[in-house]
Ligand binder design. Structure first.
Ligand code: HEC
Ligand code: HEC
Length: 454
C-alpha cells in the first residue's frame, strides 16, 4: 500500500495551494492596510522596515510642517513665500486626501489652485506661463509682497434625470478673478482650476513599468474609447519622458511633483527648482529675504519623497458582499474598467524594493482621455489637450469623505458625490455615463456601493 505516499502527495499539493494563495494575499498585504478611519491615507506600508522608519517620519513631518517666513532662527523650516498659496502641504491634502472647491462665490479656495498660461508653448513643449503672474495664481504674499489676487468659483445648476425618476443636480462652474494686484489678465488667458488629489499609493503607481502603460495605450478598446500617454519635461534628466502624476499626467515622477509643489504652492525652493517663483516685474517678490539657497535641502527632498513612496493603500472593504460584487460586475459592464483598469502589476523598483512586483488594484490606466466639452479646461498641458484628463485612480475613494467630509470629485471638485462625478463623464466616457443613467435604481445603488467599498 502506498497511502503514505499519496498522503504525502496530498499534503504537498495542499501546501502548494496554501502557499500559492498566501503569495497572492501577501502580494497586496505588504503594501496595503485594513484601515477605514480618517487616518486611512496616512499609514506606512506594512513592509516598511525599522531602518526605513526614520526617513518616513521625517518626510511625514515635512508634509505636515507649517512653514515659516524667512528670515527665521529655524533654518530647517524657513522659506515660505514670497508668494504662496498655503502654508503646508496638508493644508490642501488634509489627511493626505483630496481637496474641495468653494461652495459659494466670495469663498476662498482652501485646497485647490488655478493654473495659468497664455497661448503657445515653453521651450520644452509645456504651458507658456503668463509673463507676470506665472503659471499659477498665488493668492498670498509675505509682508510687503502683495498676493497676486483671488480666484472665485460660482455655479449654475444643471438637472439630470435618471431612469427611475431620480434627479441629480450638477454644478457647472464659472471662474472669475478678484483683487488682482499685478494688473489685468489678458482675454486669451488659459486657466485650469484643480483640487488637490489624494497622495497615498503613488509609489506603487510610480513602480508600474512604462511598458505596461504603453501597452494599455496601444490595446484595442471598445468603440469610442482611446487613451494616450502624456510626454512631459523631466527637469533632472533634461528630457521629455512619460507623464504620470497630476490631473493631466503633467508630471513625470513623484520627486519632481513634490519639488514643484514646494516651489509652486508654498514658494519653497529646492535643488530641483532653485529659483523663487517671482516673475521679472514682481520686484518686491524678487527683493524678499530667502530662507536658504535652496530652502529645502536635498536630504529634506529625499525624505519627503520617501514618505510618499512608502504610504500604503487602504484595502477594499466588504469585497465579498453580494451587492458589492454585483456592483463590480456592473462596473465592467458599463465599461468603467476600460479606463479605470482594476488590476496592474508593479515592476522592479530598486528605490523601495518592497514595492516591487505586486499585483495592485488602482483602477486607473494612467492615460489621458477626452472627457468632452463639459469637463474641458481648454488649457493644453504638454501633449494633453484642453479636453483630456488622466484617469484618476479610484482606490481608497470610498474613504474620501471620512478623511475629509468636504472632499470633492473631478479635477475641479465640481462633483460633490461619486454619482455626480460619473454623470459628468462625456466624450470617451459618454457611453458609461449613459449606462449609469439607464440603470434600474437598485443596480445604480450596487455600482455606488462597489465604489464606496474601494
Ligand atoms: C494649494 C493647494 C496645494 C498645496 C499647498 C499642495 N498641493 Fe499637492 N496638489 C495640489 C493640486 C491642485 C494638485 C494637482 C496638480 C495638477 O494637476 O497640476 C496636486 C498634486 C500633488 C501630487 C500628485 C498627486 C497625483 O495623484 O498625481 C503630489 C504628490 C502632491 N501634490 C504633493 C504635495 C506636497 C508634497 C505638497 C507640499 C510641498 C503639496 N502637494 C502642496 C494642491 C496642493
Ligand atoms: C474613457 C475613460 C473613462 C471611462 C470609460 C470612465 N472613466 Fe471615470 N474618469 C475618467 C477620467 C479621465 C476622469 C477624470 C475627469 C476629470 O477630472 O475631469 C474620471 C473620473 C472619475 C471619478 C472621479 C474620480 C476623482 O478622483 O475625482 C469617478 C468616481 C469615476 N471616474 C468613476 C467612473 C465610473 C463608475 C465609470 C463607469 C460608469 C467611469 N468612471 C468610466 C475616465 C473614465
Amino acid at each position: 500500500m502506498n497511502t503514505g505516499r499519496s498522503r504525502w502527495r496530498l499534503a504537498a499539493s495542499l501546501t502548494w495551494l496554501l502557499s500559492a494563495s498566501a503569495a497572492v494575499a501577501q502580494d497586496g498585504h505588504a503594501v496595503s492596510v485594513a484601515n477605514q478611519t480618517a487616518e486611512a491615507y496616512t499609514q506606512p506600508i506594512p513592509a516598511l522596515t525599522e531602518a526605513q522608519r526614520p526617513a518616513f517620519l521625517k518626510g511625514r513631518s515635512l508634509v505636515r510642517q507649517i512653514w515659516v517666513i524667512p528670515p527665521s532662527e529655524n533654518r530647517e523650516i524657513a522659506g515660505l513665500g514670497p508668494l504662496y498659496n498655503r502654508i503646508s502641504c496638508i493644508a490642501c491634502h488634509a489627511g493626505n486626501g483630496r481637496g474641495f472647491a468653494p461652495d459659494r462665490p466670495g469663498e476662498t479656495m482652501r485646497s485647490m489652485l488655478v493654473r495659468l498660461s497664455i497661448p503657445g508653448a515653453d521651450a520644452h513643449g509645456g504651458p507658456l506661463p503668463h509673463p507676470v503672474y506665472g503659471d499659477q495664481l498665488n493668492e498670498n504674499g509675505v509682508p510687503g509682497v502683495p498676493g497676486e489676487g483671488r480666484a472665485e468659483l460660482s455655479y449654475t445648476e444643471r438637472l439630470v434625470r435618471l431612469n427611475g425618476g431620480e434627479q441629480v443636480s450638477l454644478r457647472v462652474p464659472a471662474l472669475r478673478f478678484a483683487d488682482l494686484a499685478y494688473g489685468n489678465l489678458p482675454d486669451d488667458l488659459m486657466v485650469s482650476p484643480r483640487i488637490a488629489p489624494a497622495i497615498f499609493g503613488l509609489g506603487l503607481l510610480e513602480a508600474v513599468p512604462e511598458r505596461t502603460i504603453l501597452q494599455m495605450a496601444a490595446a484595442k478598446k471598445p468603440a469610442g474609447i482611446a487613451g494616450r500617454v502624456n510626454r512631459v519635461w523631466d527637469v533632472a534628466q533634461g528630457k521629455a519622458v512619460l507623464g504620470r502624476f497630476g490631473w493631466k499626467a503633467n508630471m513625470p515622477n513623484l520627486r519632481q511633483q513634490i519639488a514643484a509643489a514646494f516651489v509652486g504652492d508654498m514658494g519653497i525652493t529646492s535643488p530641483l527648482f532653485p529659483r523663487e517663483n517671482c516673475s521679472p516685474s514682481q520686484s518686491a517678490c524678487l527683493a524678499a529675504p530667502s530662507g536658504g539657497t535652496p530652502e529645502l535641502t536635498e536630504q529634506q527632498l529625499d525624505d519627503t519623497e520617501f514618505y510618499h513612496l512608502a504610504l500604503a493603500v487602504p484595502r477594499q472593504m466588504n469585497a465579498d458582499n453580494p451587492g458589492v460584487q454585483h456592483g463590480a460586475r456592473l462596473f465592467r459592464q458599463a465599461r468603467c474598467a476600460v479606463c479605470h483598469v482594476p488590476e496592474l502589476r508593479t515592476g522592479d523598483f530598486p528605490r523601495l524594493p518592497a514595492l516591487s512586483n505586486h499585483v495592485i488594484r488602482p483602477y486607473t490606466d494612467l492615460l489621458l482621455h477626452d472627457m468632452g466639452e463639459g469637463l474641458a479646461d481648454h488649457r493644453p498641458d504638454f501633449h494633453a489637450s484642453g479636453r483630456e484628463w488622466r484617469t484618476p485612480p479610484l482606490w481608497g475613494i470610498g474613504l474620501a469623505k471620512k478623511v475629509d467630509p468636504n472632499a470633492g470629485f473631478l479635477h475641479d471638485g465640481r462633483a460633490r458625490t461619486l454619482l455626480e462625478a460619473i454623470l459628468w463623464h462625456d466624450g470617451e466616457g459618454r457611453a458609461s455615463a449613459q449606462a449609469v443613467k439607464n440603470m434600474p435604481p437598485p443596480d445604480r445603488r450596487a455600482l455606488l456601493d462597489f465604489l464606496e467599498s474601494l
